[in-house]
Design a protein around this ligand. Sequence first.
Ligand SMILES: Nc1nc2c(c(=O)[nH]1)N[C@H]1C(S)=C(S)[C@@H](COP(=O)(O)OP(=O)(O)OC[C@H]3O[C@@H](n4cnc5c(=O)[nH]c(N)nc54)[C@H](O)[C@@H]3O)O[C@H]1N2
Ligand SMILES: Nc1nc2c(c(=O)[nH]1)N[C@H]1C(S)=C(S)[C@@H](COP(=O)(O)OP(=O)(O)OC[C@H]3O[C@@H](n4cnc5c(=O)[nH]c(N)nc54)[C@H](O)[C@@H]3O)O[C@H]1N2
Ligand SMILES: [Mo]
Length: 765
Amino acid sequence: MSRKVPGDVPRGVPWPELEVHEPKQVAVGVPAILHAMEPALRELGPVRTARLMTAINQKDGFDCMSCAWPDPGHRNTLEFCENGAKAVTWEATPRTVPSGFWAENSLTSLAGRTEYWLGQQGRLVEPVYKPVGEDHYRPVSWAEAFEVVGAALRGLADPDRAAFYTSGRTANETAFLYGLFVRSYGTNNLPDCSNMCHESTGTALGQTLGIGKSTITYDDFARADLVIVMGQNPGTNHPRMLTALEECKRAGGSVVAVNPLPEAGLIRYKNPQRPRGVVGRGTPIADAFLQIRSGGDMALLQAVSKRVLAAEDAAPGTVLDHEFIEAHVSGFAGTAEHLRAVDDEEVLRATGLTLEEIDDLAARYVAADRVIITWAMGLTQQRKAVDTIREIVNLLLLRGNIGRPGAGASPIRGHSNVQGDRTMGIWERMPDAFLDRLGAEFGFDPPRRPGFDAVATVQAMQRGEIEVFFALGGNFVGAISDTLAAEAAMRGTRLSVQVSTKLNRSHVVTGEAALILPTLGRTEIDLQASGPQFVSVEDSVCAVHASHGAVPPVAPGLLSEVAIVSRLARAVLGADHPVDWAGFEADYDRIRTHIAHVVPGFENFHEDVRRAGGFVLPNGPRDSRTFATVTGRAMMTVNELEHLECPPGRLILQTLRSHDQFNTTIYGLNDRYRGVRRGRDVVFVNPHDLRALGLEPGQRVDVVSEWPGEPDRVLPDQRLVEYPTARGCAAAYYPEANVLVPLASAALESNTPVSKAIVVRLVPR
Ligand SMILES: Nc1nc2c(c(=O)[nH]1)N[C@H]1C(S)=C(S)[C@@H](COP(=O)(O)OP(=O)(O)OC[C@H]3O[C@@H](n4cnc5c(=O)[nH]c(N)nc54)[C@H](O)[C@@H]3O)O[C@H]1N2
Ligand SMILES: Nc1nc2c(c(=O)[nH]1)N[C@H]1C(S)=C(S)[C@@H](COP(=O)(O)OP(=O)(O)OC[C@H]3O[C@@H](n4cnc5c(=O)[nH]c(N)nc54)[C@H](O)[C@@H]3O)O[C@H]1N2
Ligand SMILES: [Mo]
């Protein structure tokens, strides 16, 4: 009853067919799109394929779930990338998990499977239940499923003994309803994937600019003189961003990439939407590539700011934007004093760069009138991530690069609606102003005690304080750090519930009892009592738009996420609860009416969301250079430089995504641009470091991480790949390498797991 998955092996066993080739520098291009269409055509058939591919990111279509990259105003007929096509195919596959699967596959046997195998089993189409003490799920009715979870939640002595996770694919309407339900139930335990992702960004920008979001629009890329891309791999994770960078270059701008790895696409890009992308070598993207040592960004940013200040000192009145600083900035004097004293020697050690490279970046920054800095996980998943992002703000503020065309701070989000979920109230620490409005709208008093974030949820489970874990999407135990600790903690809960489209690790490592509630995906038509429904999402640049399903659901009887939340609320809060939960399920416009009353910027939600292309949320820094911070101004801050000391014989390991995966979802076993095929059990190491450590490419090693006072953590049996990463650095794939990240190793202030800087030693087998 289970599907054979060619090339797969049991979990933890080396992939036998692994091949390593030369890495590539050019990304995307027509071959990529063709390559992308192939599996779709094979699996979906031509009609479903055509229907899906012409609806992705179109104004009356659905929002691609592969990333939160914004849509351009002028869309192409095919507005998607290779990895978007993979994501859509993965979800819209007609293959389903048969009823007999559950009797045939015990949880023990499923726990020995890879994420790749689990994801390949097809779409989940019926609710299943694993009672306490049993090793199998069995199909149940929806009524029975809601009765199980309803009884468990009603039975808790304290609502804080439950946690409600959200993954960032959840749409605005669902997220709002879910947050309302969880707070009506009585807790703020709303951990989400953002805690593991851009939380550091939200923390830093919230403090310094008064809003934890990007301060640019899509069109700003084409207007920028300089875009600095830090800690991000757009060629794989936001491929359509390469078009925006290309537009920047065509308009005369330049791009600098800061990364330990020479990622394909940052170096060269062939635009599949242009004839020039078919032939020729493509556009060189990065004018300068700074191959920084892991975790060196804070030092680099401080060193560049120091040089900007020195340039001003050499030619007073010509470099800094004094007018802007005077009118809008607080903390300038103290920050400037601190930055002037930055020690270049320490910067060189921290970054592994040369003085010439740093001087060159500073010169480019000073010469450019309009600068955008973008970043993603290379910056946010560091111990000093919040400080690093505050240094981005410092640098931008020096020359007034906030709140004018072609300039700004631009965190690039991951999950397609992770930003919208936060806007809708998915946060364990929503501000009082939001809770006040929510309470007034629905006539209740929302709990005020801050809840647990993702890491704190696992720690609470370890203490036995979480009895019920409910997840709206995602793969919590697969995505969180310290896999073994997290899995043991999850097994200690009484009930775990997953609302999902496909199988993953979190379905097979469960509480004593467990439920899987299958749901509609974003590609599917969502038919309710009042007719077909649409939902809405917010992208990386605060644009909100509708998403309409394009194809019939893969199976009858699947519930939408809204329907699941609505029925969950009724099962827990009772049929006589004053909120009209059933009405929300019947007509999503009723949810939007409340969102319009509660969430700022959504006042005309009904009309705005029905406009082709949607609407852009207000943004103080971007629109009017207003900053809702404690000083009422944009805040320059003093951040003590600290860089990771790597003891001799050790490397700094980052965990990253291959080209064939979406987070914990493994589409295939190839990492095309990095030259790895048919396997994932690799560690990328600089050839000089390999030699210095007395190791050989292809050799098998255990990767061991150390944490004071705790036993070593081991990722066993990985193969060494010689790779042009920065000296002293290494890389391995997430989620496998999560075993190496101690739960307590989290960014200061944001508590995001430090997935990008793990001190490891390589032990030959
Ligand atoms: N196809 C596809 N698309 C995706 C995803 C996916 O898995 N697959 N995931 C989505 C999600 S949720 C997210 S958050 C984004 C993730 O998008 P990215 O942040 O691009 O993802 P990562 O693979 O984690 O890559 C991190 C990059 O930072 C670099 N880096 C690591 N350490 C450092 C450092 O210390 N300094 C600097 N300057 N760079 C560093 C790495 O070399 C790598 O290029 O993508 C989203 N889009
Ligand atoms: N070591 C390390 N750890 C990391 C990271 C890293 O770079 N390194 N990155 C972190 C980041 S940036 C993130 S965002 C998190 C990701 O953490 P999560 O968001 O929890 O994980 P995903 O892998 O995106 O979740 C995939 C699952 O979502 C379900 N799903 C897919 N579509 C839908 C849908 O439409 N509805 C519902 N209900 N379910 C759906 C499917 O069952 C699928 O298996 O991981 C974090 N963990
Ligand atoms: Mo993410």
